[in-house]
Design a protein. Structure first.
Length: 92
C-alpha cells in the first residue's frame, strides 16, 4: 500500500504527526524537569504522577527520536543530581 499515491501521501502525513508528537513530548518532559528543580518540590509525587505515568512516551522517544531521548535523559540526570546534592548538603 505504501507504493500507491494514497500510501505515499499517508506516509508524509504520518511523519509530520510523528514530528509533532515528538515536539510535544519533549516540551512536556522539559516542563516536568523544571518542576523537579524548584525548591521544596515533592520529587516522588512528580516521578510517580508525571514520569512513570507516561513512561510509554519515553519508549516512543527512544524509537522515534533517539537524540531527543538522550537530551531528556541527560536533563533528568542533571536535575536529579543537583536536587539530591542540595538535599544531602542541607542534611549534612
Amino acid at each position: 500500500p505504501s507504493q500507491t499515491a494514497a500510501g505515499k501521501e499517508m506516509i508524509e502525513h504520518l511523519s509530520k504527526l510523528r514530528l509533532k508528537a515528538v515536539e510535544r513530548t519533549r516540551s512536556y518532559f522539559l516542563n516536568v524537569m523544571k518542576q523537579l528543580r524548584r525548591p521544596k518540590t515533592h520529587i516522588r509525587m512528580i516521578q510517580t504522577h508525571a514520569l512513570l505515568k507516561y513512561e510509554y512516551l519515553v519508549d516512543f522517544l527512544l524509537v522515534s527520536s533517539p537524540t531527543i531521548h538522550i537530551e531528556i535523559r541527560d536533563v533528568y540526570v542533571e536535575s536529579m543530581s543537583k536536587t539530591l546534592h542540595t538535599l544531602f548538603r542541607t542534611y549534612h
